[in-house]
Every structure is written in structure tokens, then in C-alpha cells.
Design a protein around this ligand. Structure first.
Ligand code: NAD
Length: 337
């Protein structure tokens, strides 16, 4: 089947496009190259442009009348930047997504898979249970996370009122690279924890900072659910293949599904796993939590199992090994360290 992938030049989008191809499908990429590098598009069908460009979306549908679903990944994604530049985040993630959804609905292309985020979940207080189901309370802590919650609500409302149909995937913490090392994290200074660890391991930073050691977790450090990006990409393939079946099973025009491994890993455990794969110790230092830091959460993945027949297959060590291998390879592909 043919699938429109907005944001298909990005980290997760390019790897999802590969997973679609491996399953025998054809991705059609729409990306403005705001951040995603052109090289990640490879030899795929590609339209360079904005998701809110209704004429362009119409042209894509006219040229590919056999598009069966849209995976909407295009977004601005940097949390601190969203605090500093809320206008750009609400405009691009909210207002532009609205135009896209309305245009798709008008063009008779109602199936939308939306990239949402675990950053929506309220942090459990006074408990040592960090597992969250899709029904857990939400409290998005940044403009970025609020754009995701808003679009979930928009999709629910549009699906209730129009022909639009939505599967909303709440990703936990994607890590790792494309299995063939054709794409991975491309930020010059990755801000997330594994990128920081790779930099410390490769001597590009003097030490890895463990931020926050007084959380109510088993070792005091923050807990996350790290899911290999290839497993995440495969979840999208399952969701587009089973789109109508999933919504029929829940009896609703839209549904939210957590995508994680179902296991929480603390920062200290991540460092230990990293050192095991890397084969050497990584210098670390400890620092107090920053304002707004949260202990974290991990996914209850029952719904993903039941509805998509999906569960993760790759381990955290696999993901770390692929992130390290990408760290060695990325200059060759991106042209910068
Ligand atoms: N990376 C994560 O940890 C994570 C976690 C949860 C959810 N998500 C969501 O997954 C999706 C993909 O994330 P990613 O890490 O691959 O990000 P990314 O920045 O690598 O990819 C986003 C892509 O969207 C494109 N884009 C942005 N605005 C656009 C517009 N208006 N029109 C067309 N293209 C546009 C960018 O050029 C980029 O290629 C995003 O929606 C993100 O919010 C990511």
C-alpha cells in the first residue's frame, strides 16, 4: 500500500519509511526540510514543502490516488525551544496540522496516524509505580507537549464529526538508528540522554552528567522507557496495515496507543548497559535535578499488544550498539560530526 509520511526526512520518519518499504509498501514523503536532512529522503518519492500547503497536498493526492493512509510526523520537537518560541510551535504543530487534516478529509483520505508523546503524562506523585496506561492522567509540561495534546483532542473531535479516522501513537523514548545505518540522530549536539552518553564515550564531552539523584525511583535517577526506533517504525507499519481493524475493535473513530517496551530503565541502569556494550567505563558526574525535571514513566503496552499485535523485539543493548555505530558513521552521511 502507498502511505504519505509527513516529516519523512526526519529521524523517525526516515526509518519508518524504510520499515514500510521492507514490508512491501511505498512511502510518499512530504517534508519541508525545516530540520530533516535531504540525504535521509534517499531515492524515495519526495515532495519538498509544507504540510499546510493545501495545493501541494492536493497535488500529492492527485498524483497518488492510491494513498491509503497518512502518517503525520512533521513537527517541531525541541522542548526548550518550544518554551522560548511558543508561537512557532503552536503555528507549526497545531495550526498547520489542522490545515493538513482538513485537507486530507476533504480529499477523501481519512486515515491518519499521529505521532504523539509520552511527555503528555502526569508524573505519578507519591508512588513508586511509574507505569502508565493510556487512561492515566495527563499534564503536558511544555508548549511542545501541549501542542501534542491539542492535536490529540483535535483528531478526536474531527473523527467524531467527520469521516476522518485517527490512530494516535504515544511514543515513549525512541533511541538507536536505522538497522543499515542510513539514518539516525542528526542534531549537531544531541540533547537527549543517549546522545550525551555517546559524546562522553567518544571524548567529545569530558563527562556524562547524571541529572537528579533524589527521585523516588529504585536508584534515585530518572526512569524512562527506551524503545528502539526500528521497533517504533515497525509499530507504524502494523498500525497502517490494521488501521480499520483496530478502530473496528475499539468501536471508536479514534484511539490512543502507547508505544514502548513496557519496562522502565533508570539513568544509572542506562549508563551500566551502555558501558557493557561500549566495553569501557564512561566518566560521569552527578548534578541536582533542574526545575521541571520529572522522575519519568514507562508504558503499559497491553493495548499495543492487543490491537496491533505489536511488541518490541530489540533490546536496549541493541539500541545502544546501533546508536554507537551510527555515531561512527554519521559524519560520512551527514557531512558533519
Ligand atoms: N524523537 C523523539 O524522542 C519523539 C518522541 C515522541 C514523539 N515524537 C514525535 O515524532 C515525530 C518525529 O520526530 P523526530 O524525532 O523524527 O523529529 P525530526 O525533527 O527529526 O522530524 C520532523 C520532520 O518534520 C519536518 N517538518 C517540520 N515542520 C514541517 C512542516 N510544517 N511541513 C513539512 N515538514 C515539516 C522536519 O523537516 C523534520 O524532517 C514528531 O512529531 C515528534 O513530535 C518524537
Amino acid at each position: 500500500m502507498k502511505v504519505l509520511v509527513t516529516g519523512g526526512a526526519g529521524y523517525i520518519g526516515s526509518i519508518t519509511a524504510k520499515a514500510l518499504e521492507e514490508a512491501g509498501h511505498v512511502p510518499v514523503v512530504l517534508d519541508s526540510l525545516l530540520t530533516g536532512p535531504h540525504v535521509f529522503v534517499r531515492d524515495r518519492i519526495f515532495y519538498e514543502g509544507d504540510i499546510a500547503d493545501r495545493a501541494l497536498v492536493t497535488r500529492i493526492v492527485e498524483e497518488h490516488p492510491d494513498l491509503e493512509a497518512t502518517i503525520h510526523m512533521a513537527a517541531r520537537i525541541v522542548v526548550p525551544e518550544s518554551v522560548a518560541q511558543p508561537y512557532e510551535y503552536y503555528r507549526d504543530n497545531v495550526a498547520k496540522s489542522l490545515e493538513l487534516f482538513d485537507q486530507l478529509e476533504q480529499l477523501g483520505k481519512p486515515r491518519v496516524l499521529f505521532s504523539s508523546s509520552a511527555s503528555l503524562y502526569a508524573v505519578p506523585h507519591g508512588t513508586d509505580d511509574f507505569e502508565v496506561t493510556e487512561a492515566a492522567p495527563l499534564a503536558p509540561g511544555s508548549p511542545y507537549a501541549r501542542t501534542k495534546l491539542m492535536m490529540e483532542q483535535v483528531l478526536e473531535d474531527m473523527a467524531a464529526a467527520t469521516d476522518l479516522r485517527a490512530i494516535i501513537l504515544r511514543y515513549f523514548n525512541p533511541i538507536g538508528s536505522d538497522p543499515d545505518l542510513e539514518s539516525g540522530i542528526y542534531a549537531k549536539e544531541p540533547s537527549h540522554v543517549l546522545g550525551q552518553l555517546v559524546m562522553a564515550a567518544r571524548g567529545q564531552k569530558d563527562a556524562f552528567t547524571i541529572t537528579g539523584t533524589d527521585n523516588p525511583t529504585r536508584d534515585g535517577t530518572g526512569i524512562r522507557d527506551y524503545v528502539h526506533v526500528w521497533d517504533l517504525a515497525r509499530a507504524h507499519v502494523r498500525a497502517v496495515e490494521k488501521f480499520d481493524e483496530v478502530l473496528a475493535a475499539v468501536g471508536e473513530p479514534s484511539v490512543v496507543i502507547n508505544i514502548g517496551t513496557g519496562a522502565g530503565v533508570t539513568v544509572r541502569e542506562l549508563v551500566a548497559a551502555f558501558e557493557k556494550v561500549f566495553g569501557r567505563e564512561v566518566p560521569t558526574r552527578e548534578a541536582p535535578s533542574r526545575p521541571g525535571d520529572v522522575p519519568g514513566a514507562f508504558a503499559n503496552v497491553d493495548r499495543a499488544h492487543e490491537l496491533l499485535g505489536w511488541h518490541h523485539e530489540l533490546s536496549i543493548e541493541d539500541a545502544i550498539a546501533s546508536a554507537l555505530a551510527w555515531g561512527e558513521k554519521r559524519q560520512e552521511i551527514l557531512g558533519y560530526e
